[in-house]
Design a protein around this ligand. Structure first.
Ligand SMILES: Nc1ncnc2c1ncn2[C@@H]1O[C@H](COP(=O)(O)OP(=O)(O)OP(=O)(O)O)[C@@H](O)[C@H]1O
Length: 580
C-alpha cells in the first residue's frame, strides 16, 4: 500500500493511491490552496498534477490531455492502477474551474503561483521562462544584419544538407542544426568557423556538459581565431543552482559567434538565460539531436524550437537538418530510423534479419553473467583493456574501453547499472588475476568521473594503468591522455556498466542495452534511440520483445507551450514586461 497523508481524501486520495501523484505534489498543491482559500478538489488535483509534470520534465500540464498521463513507478508491488478508471474531471468545466481559482492567473494577469495559458497550466516561474525565451528567440529572428553577408562556397566534399547548414549559419543570426549521431555536426562547425574567421574572430564553443564542451573544442578549436570553450554555466558565469547570469542584452556575451553542442540536453531555464545574454551582433548556432534523451531539468527546448514554425525563422533565423550518418553501419542507422519513427514492427524485423543487431530476453531474477553473450562481451572488453593497462599503455586501454559498453536505463534494481556493474565485476574478478577488488584500485579498472575540475570533466572515463611500478588512472581526454594518482579520482564510479543518460555524446563499437521492464516510466523511445545510436558496429538489446515494442511506442511526452506560443501574442509580451 502506498503511503498517503490523512489530509488527503476524496479525489486526491484516489490519485495518490493510483500512483498518479506523489506526496510532494499533493503537499505543494494543498499548501498553495490553503494560502489562497482554494478547497475545490478538482482545482487542487490540477495544481498537484502540474507540479508532478514539472517534476517529470514537462514545463506545463495540458488539462485537456491530463487523462493520458501514466502512473509513476512502483512496478514491483503492482499497486499502480489503470489511469483510465480514475475519476478524471470533464476537461471543459475543469479548465473553467481552474481559470476561476485564486491560485491561478492568466498570462499577463495578477501575481499568482500558477498561470493558465489556454488549457496549459504552469507554475508561474516556468510560464515566465517560456515567455521570455519565445520573445528572445523571435526578436533574434528579426535580426537581419547577417542575412546579406557574402557566404563563401562551402567545401565540395560535404553533402548537400551539410553545405546548406553552413550556408544557413553564415547568413543568419540564429541557426539550429539538427541531426543524429555521425551526421557531421562537429565537422561542419569546423568549416563554419573557418569561413567565419575573417568577420567573427571571437568564438565561444559551449555545451551543457564539460565533456561535450571539451570534445567540441578539441575537434574544432584549431580552426583559427581565439576560441573559448567550456560549459554553458561557465560561459554564462552562472553559479551552481542559480538561474542568473551577469550578461544581458545591455552587457552581452563578448563573442561574435556562440556555438552550443548537445542542445537537446539544455533545459528551458538555461536556454532562456543563454539567449537573453546575447547581443544583436552575436551569431548563435545550436547543434543537437532532438530525438535523444532530454535535459534532466524541465523542457524539451531543441525539439520545441525545431517543430515550431516561427521561433527560429526567416529572415534572421534558420533551421537546418543533417541526415546521413557517416559513422554507424547501415543496419544500426536503419534501426535508429525505425525507432525514431515509432515503427516497432520494422525494428523487430531489422533485428531478426541483421547480424549486427540482437534481441536477448533474460530472466531478471538470475545473475546477468549467466548469459553467455554477457560473459563473452564482458571478458573480451576486460582483457582488451587490461592488456595495454598492464604494460603502461593507458591510451590503448582507453581505446579498448570504447570497444564495448553495457548501458542500462535504470540505476537500481535488477535492470540497473549498480546491479549489472557489481555482478560483472565480481564475475570478471573470478576470471582474471587481481581483478575487481572492492577496496583498492586494480590494473584495468574502468572508471567514470562524476565531477568537473580544471583537469577533467564530469563524464570523462579513465583506466587504472600500471606505469612503472605505480598504479595511475589514465583519463581519456580529447587533447590527450592524462595520468593521475587514482586517489584523486576516489569519487569516480565503476564503469563496467553505465546509464544511457550518462552515455549521451559517447560512441562505442558495440553497445549492450539493458532495457527497463514493461511498466517502467523509463522505457521510452528516446532512451532506446539514444542507447542504440551510441553504437557504430553492433547492438545487443537485453529485454523482451514486448519491452522493445513498448519502448518504441512510447515517446517521452514533455508538455510545453513554447512551440505553440502564438507569434506576437500580446498577453505574453505584456507578461514579459510585467515580469521583468
Ligand atoms: N560529407 C562527409 N563525407 C564523409 N565523411 C564525413 C562527412 N561528414 C562527416 N563525415 C565523417 O563522419 C564522422 C562523423 O562526423 P561528426 O563527428 O562531425 O558527426 P556528429 O554529427 O558531430 O556526430 P556526434 O553527434 O555523434 O558526435 C566523422 O568521422 C567525419 O569525418
Amino acid at each position: 500500500m502506498r503511503e498517503r497523508p490523512i489530509s488527503a481524501t476524496g479525489l486526491l486520495a484516489e490519485f495518490i493511491d493510483a500512483g498518479m501523484l506523489q506526496l510532494i505534489d499533493f503537499h505543494l498543491a494543498r499548501r498553495v490552496g490553503q494560502l489562497a482559500d482554494e478547497a475545490d478538489p478538482r482545482v487542487l488535483l490540477a495544481l498537484a498534477l502540474a507540479v508532478r509534470e514539472l517534476r517529470l520534465g514537462s514545463v506545463c500540464l495540458d488539462l485537456t490531455r491530463a487523462h493520458e498521463l501514466a502512473p509513476e513507478g512502483d512496478l514491483d508491488d503492482g499497486t499502480a492502477a489503470d489511469p483510465t478508471t480514475l475519476d478524471w474531471p470533464e476537461p471543459t468545466s475543469w479548465v473553467d474551474d481552474v481559470a476561476a481559482s485564486r491560485t491561478v492567473a492568466p498570462p499577463g494577469g495578477p501575481a499568482a503561483p500558477f498561470r493558465l495559458d489556454g488549457t496549459l497550466l504552469y507554475l508561474d516561474r516556468y510560464h515566465r521562462l517560456e515567455t521570455r525565451l519565445a520573445a528572445a528567440l523571435r526578436a533574434r529572428s528579426r535580426l537581419t544584419d547577417f542575412v546579406a553577408e557574402a557566404a563563401p562556397e562551402p567545401p565540395a566534399h560535404l553533402d548537400e544538407h551539410q553545405r546548406a547548414a553552413i550556408a544557413a549559419a553564415l547568413t543568419h543570426g540564429t541557426t539550429v542544426i539538427t541531426g543524429g549521431p555521425g551526421t557531421g555536426k562537429t565537422t561542419i562547425v569546423a568549416e563554419l568557423l573557418r569561413a567565419l574567421a575573417p568577420h567573427a574572430p571571437r568564438v565561444a564553443l559551449a555545451a551543457p556538459t564539460g565533456k561535450a564542451a571539451t570534445r567540441l573544442l578539441s575537434t574544432v578549436g584549431g580552426s583559427g581565431g581565439a576560441v573559448w570553450g567550456g560549459t554553458l554555466h561557465k560561459l554564462l558565469k552562472m553559479r551552481p543552482r542559480s538561474a542568473v547570469s551577469p550578461y544581458s542584452p545591455v552587457d552581452p556575451l563578448p563573442y561574435d559567434v556562440v556555438v552550443v553542442d548537445e542542445t537537446s540536453m539544455v533545459s528551458l531555464e538555461l536556454m532562456t538565460v543563454l539567449v537573453e545574454a546575447l547581443g544583436p551582433g552575436t551569431r548563435l548556432v545550436l547543434l543537437g539531436d532532438p530525438h535523444q534523451l532530454r535535459s534532466v531539468e524541465a523542457g524539451a527546448v531543441l525539439a520545441d524550437i525545431e517543430s515550431a514554425d516561427d521561433l527560429v525563422s526567416a529572415p534572421g533565423g534558420a533551421v537546418a537538418r543533417l541526415v546521413t550518418n557517416y559513422r554507424s553501419n547501415t543496419q544500426i542507422n536503419a534501426l535508429a530510423e525505425a525507432i525514431e519513427s515509432g515503427d516497432a514492427r520494422r525494428a523487430a524485423a531489422l533485428i531478426e534479419a541483421s547480424e549486427a543487431l540482437e534481441l536477448i530476453d533474460f530472466d531478471p531474477t538470475t545473475d546477468p553473467t549467466s548469459l553467455p553473450q554477457v560473459r563473452r562481451d564482458a571478458l573480451a572488453t576486460a582483457e582488451a583493456v587490461r592488456g595495454p593497462a598492464l604494460v603502461g599503455d593507458g591510451e590503448g586501454a582507453n581505446r579498448a574501453l570504447g570497444g564495448h559498453r553495457f548501458l542500462c536505463g535504470h540505476r537500481e534494481g535488477p535492470f540497473g547499472v549498480t546491479h549489472w556493474a557489481r555482478s560483472l565485476r565480481a564475475w570478471l574478478g573470478a576470471q582474471l588475476p587481481d581483478y575487481g577488488f572492492d577496496t583498492r584500485h586494480y590494473v584495468g579498472e574502468p572508471l567514470l568521473i562524476q565531477r568537473n575540475s580544471d583537469l577533467f570533466s564530469n563524464g570523462d572515463t579513465a583506466v587504472v594503468t600500471l606505469l612503472g611500478d605505480q598504479l595511475q588512472a589514465v583519463v581519456d581526454r580529447p587533447e590527450g591522455a592524462l595520468s593521475l594518482p587514482p586517489s584523486l579520482l576516489d569519487d569516480a564510479v565503476d564503469l563496467h556498466a553505465m546509464t544511457v543518460h550518462k552515455s549521451q555524446g559517447s560512441q562505442f563499437d558495440t553497445v549492450s542495452v539493458v532495457l527497463p521492464p514493461v511498466g517502467s516510466p523509463l522505457l521510452t523511445r528516446e532512451l532506446l534511440y539514444t542507447a542504440v545510436t551510441r553504437a557504430h558496429e553492433r547492438v545487443r538489446i537485453y529485454g523482451s520483445a514486448e519491452a522493445l515494442a513498448k519502448a518504441i511506442a512510447t515517446p517521452v511526452r514533455r508538455a510545453s507551450g513554447l512551440a505553440q506560443a502564438p507569434a506576437g501574442d500580446a498577453a505574453r509580451t505584456d507578461a514579459i514586461a510585467s515580469a521583468t
